[in-house]
Write a protein that binds this ligand. Structure first.
Ligand code: PEP
Ligand code: MN
Length: 367
């Protein structure tokens, strides 16, 4: 199916799209004061955001002010001229938001994860012409993200963008939600014209990494940033650790962000990059050949193990491989984390092939 998706909001190519405002609308004063601070610092924003209905992981946290907050967003729009956006998760949210004249809607990560909810929102949007941003699902499932885009598109919405807010994790990482950049990059390969925004606030979960993550996204050709800002961040009713004042948003993040050229127009640059890219292609081919050779040797070991009735996994041998590789990795400038992940994947592939051999499905030619 050919999809004709267009940008949900216009883009000025000289600067990133900026969507900002508090995590949640708490009081009329808090919403208006935040908007006023944005205006006072002359921050160029494309959308003012605030959550009206908040999907909280556990009960008894602030679950949003509800529909009365929509009027405060309207007041922001009337007073400062900022188009406004909020999250919708069911039919009633859509109905109330449309009634209040909200300019742009977004689907949150906990909605995208559930096709029933996405379909409910899509059905409520039938016949309506409103731009919609779709956040990634909380779990790293590209197909769910695609599915949500398709459901909203099938309802007749064509102005669609996506917001990358990171994926749930298990165990310790520096992020609240791990970015897994390869997933949005793959999505962009499927939908090349899709407007892509990074929500650094929910990826980071704290103020410290916001600039770094936002810059990484721009270096990956994202169109802009969604960053939570609040007139009094430390006392925010939700997501206090990750919100910044409008002043810090400008000084610490927006003014420091660099939009790099895509480079398409400069012939010298183009030639240099082409040469470097062909070197990368050549190296990738060599890596594939080497991996193929490695696998053939592993298969021969598998045959030998089968003949001698030896178990596939030899823990001491595996430890030896990892230790040796770690030693070699460091002077090459490769991180231990990468080498360990890479070798685990290579090792798993060898085990899979050796298992097939044990089961008698050998693809190894007799030597
Ligand atoms: C939010 O934007 O405040 C929010 C709840 O985000 P997410 O759906 O990404 O968790
Ligand atoms: Mn939030």
């Amino acid at each position: 199916m050919e999809m004709k998706i267009t940008h949900p909001i216009p883009k000025d190519p000289s600067r990133p799209i900026v969507i900002t405002g508090p995590c949640s609308a708490e009081t009329e004063e808090q919403v208006m004061k935040t908007a006023q601070m944005i205006a006072d610092h002359d921050i160029k924003i494309d959308l003012f955001r605030a959550g009206i209905w908040k999907p909280r992981t556990r009960p008894n946290n602030f679950e949003g002010i509800g529909f009365e907050g929509l009027q405060w967003l309207k007041k922001v729009k009337d007073t400062y001229g900022f188009p406004v956006t909020t999250e919708v998760a069911n039919t009633q949210h859509v109905f109330e938001a449309l009634k209040a004249g909200i300019d742009v809607l977004w689907l949150g990560a906990r909605t995208t994860v559930n096709p029933f909810s996405v379909q409910e929102v899509a059905d409520a949007l039938k016949g309506v012409d409103i731009p919609v941003f779709i956040k990634n699902p909380i779990n790293p499932d590209l197909q769910l993200w695609r599915g949500a885009i398709e459901r909203i598109y099938n309802a007749g919405i064509t102005k669609i963008g996506v917001v990358h807010r990171g994926f749930s994790k298990f165990g310790d990482t520096i992020y609240r939600n791990v970015p897994q950049w390869q997933i949005p990059i793959e999505l962009k390969r499927n939908f090349p014209d899709l407007m892509m925004i990074v929500d650094s606030s929910h990826i980071c979960g704290n103020r410290d990494l916001l600039f770094e993550v936002s810059q990484t996204a721009l270096d990956l050709n994202y169109d802009g940033v969604m960053l939570e800002s609040h007139c009094d961040p430390t006392n925010a009713w939700s997501d206090a650790k990750q919100q910044v004042t409008p002043f810090d948003l400008k000084e610490q993040i927006l003014d420091r962000l660099v939009v790099r050229k895509t480079g398409a127009n400069d012939p010298d640059f183009q030639e240099d990059i082409e040469e470097l890219r062909s070197r990368i292609d050549g190296l990738d081919k060599e890596i594939m050949q080497l991996l193929g050779n490695r696998l053939k040797v592993a298969e021969q070991i598998g045959l030998y193990k089968k003949k001698n009735n030896i178990a596939i996994l030899q823990q001491s041998r595996w430890n030896e491989i990892i230790d040796k590789a770690m030693e070699q990795a460091e002077p090459m400038g490769l991180s231990k984390e990468f080498v360990s992940k890479f070798l685990k994947a290579v090792h798993q592939e060898s085990i899979n092939h050796q298992e097939k051999i044990m089961l008698g499905e050998s693809s190894v030619k007799k030597v």
